[in-house]
Design a protein around this ligand. Structure first.
Ligand SMILES: Cc1cc2nc3c(=O)[nH]c(=O)nc-3n(C[C@H](O)[C@H](O)[C@H](O)COP(=O)(O)OP(=O)(O)OC[C@H]3O[C@@H](n4cnc5c(N)ncnc54)[C@H](O)[C@@H]3O)c2cc1C
Length: 411
């Protein structure tokens, strides 16, 4: 029993997965989440390659598969809805564009929360207001007024991480906007979507609209994107985000007007810039970062969840293997993760560039876009999906996976 106390900021994929592994390695874990409860929403997230192995080691394979979207594949359409290309979920051994483990982000959070709720202290509706590092601990003042001391503090508070801002500096230093904005929200299934995702891209403007099944035949998830060289809408101002989306998607064909007509009655809405986080270090003293806060690869990589899960496994494993010494533990985590993160960030950039090649800036140099080097792309995709070793941490304390049930309780 180490008795090491760890505070995790953020109860989404990264924070919840880290809570699982820290608890298993013997730490006492507190998770503070700014929202009043688990945040629903978001589109489907995919688990490929090594990420599936982490889910298996968590003992959550059955629970995750039970909550999957059951998407059969995807097809692209032209403005009149004629099918252009088809991708099946079992392509590439289930690790392709639509992977065979595909789960709504909100449902995945629920599985992870239900798995950890009994052994972890959750503080919803609060956040870290102040933090002071001492040689033997971190003093934290919560916005709700509590003052507590922890051995370690981990920021898993997303792309716009407040903890990163407090400890490492303003986000402008680390955020790389990739020139696209994405929005996701659920709408009634008046489009007769079945088990196939449909994607429409407008080559003239670089904008796209899509619909995907969510496992509930009555509803579908709308996915919209548009190019934007700048993005300065506050990430918490939903009204401004909806106004921006309406303005920038105006005039796009296919089913876009009917999708936009549901902007005001959707129960969930997510819009953010497509951005990456690039940092030289993911730790400072007793404070570390995980997930999008540390190394967002952007939704265009399709691997944000994978990085968060693999990172959570390694961060807890390395800290525990180092006897909870922050310097050694954080160094091991960074050493193991860095190349994997870089490969996934490259995938995100390549994907955005491929869209830009069909958008309004296409051909601005007067040169045709170069043919992609498919062999190099396949090698990169393999590094991004499988290119990291997962030590088994034999000899490091492990209380084992729980039953991995999907409960019904709400926070
Ligand atoms: C509501 C929502 C919808 C999303 N939808 C999509 C999507 O459709 N497609 C996609 O590719 N990615 C989406 N993402 C991002 C995706 O979840 C991440 O890329 C990936 O899973 C890694 O997750 P993360 O835990 O590092 O960060 P995130 O999932 O962004 O989670 C960060 C968590 O920290 C909380 N938080 C923020 N600030 C504080 C604070 N100061 N104190 C305490 N808690 C704080 C947030 O409320 C959130 O729960 C979404 C994220 C959220 C929160």
């Amino acid at each position: 029993m180490s008795g090491t106390t760890v505070l995790v900021a953020g109860a989404s994929i990264a924070g919840l997965a880290l809570a699982h592994w820290l608890r298993r390695r013997g730490a006492e874990v507190t998770v503070v989440e700014r929202a009043p409860g688990l945040r629903p929403g978001g589109q489907a997230v995919d688990a490929r390659g090594v990420t599936k192995e982490v889910i298996r080691r968590m003992g959550l394979d059955a629970a995750v598969r039970a909550a999957c979207t059951d998407t059969a594949g995807a097809y692209t359409v032209d403005v009149d809805g004629n099918v252009l290309e088809t991708y099946r979920a079992d392509d590439d051994g289930g690790d392709g564009y639509i992977s065979d483990i595909e789960i709504l982000r909100g449902d995945f959070s629920r599985v992870l929360y239900d798995d950890t709720r009994d052994g972890v202290e959750y503080l919803f509706g609060d956040r870290i207001a102040e933090l002071t590092q001492e040689t033997d601990g971190v003093d934290v003042v919560f916005a709700g007024g509590d003052r507590r001391r922890f051995d370690l503090v981990i920021g898993a508070d997303g792309l716009h991480s407040a903890l990163r801002g407090m400890v490492f500096g303003p986000r402008e230093q680390f955020l790389r906007h990739l020139g696209l904005v994405l929005a996701f929200y659920s709408v009634p299934n008046e489009f007769e979507v079945d088990r196939w995702l449909i994607d429409y891209q407008d080559p003239e403007t670089g904008r796209s609209a899509g619909l995907r099944p969510v496992g509930d035949p009555a509803r579908v998830m709308a996915m919209l994107s548009f190019p934007a060289a700048e993005f300065d809408v506050d990430h918490r101002d939903v009204d401004a985000q909806k106004a921006l989306l309406r303005e920038r998607m105006a005039g796009l064909g296919w089913e876009t007007p009917r999708i936009l007509a549901h902007l005001d009655d959707t129960p969930d809405f997510y819009l953010d810039q497509v951005a990456q986080v690039v940092m030289d270090r993911w730790s400072s003293g007793r404070v570390g970062l995980l997930g999008d806060a540390a190394f967002s690869s952007s939704p265009m990589s399709g691997q944000g969840t994978g990085l968060a899960l693999v990172g959570a496994y390694l961060l807890a494993g390395e800290l525990a293997a180092a006897g909870w010494d922050p310097e050694t533990g954080f160094a091991g985590y960074e050493r193991r993760m860095r190349a994997f993160v870089e490969a996934n960030q490259e995938i995100g950039r390549v994907h955005v560039d491929s869209l830009a090649a069909t958008g309004p800036d296409a051909g601005s140099s007067g040169e045709p876009a170069p043919e992609p080097d498919m062999e190099a792309l396949m090698a990169l995709a393999d590094r991004a999906i499988n290119g990291i070793e997962l030590p088994d941490y034999a000899g490091v304390p492990d209380s084992g996976a729980t039953a991995g049930h999907v409960g019904t309780g709400r926070p």
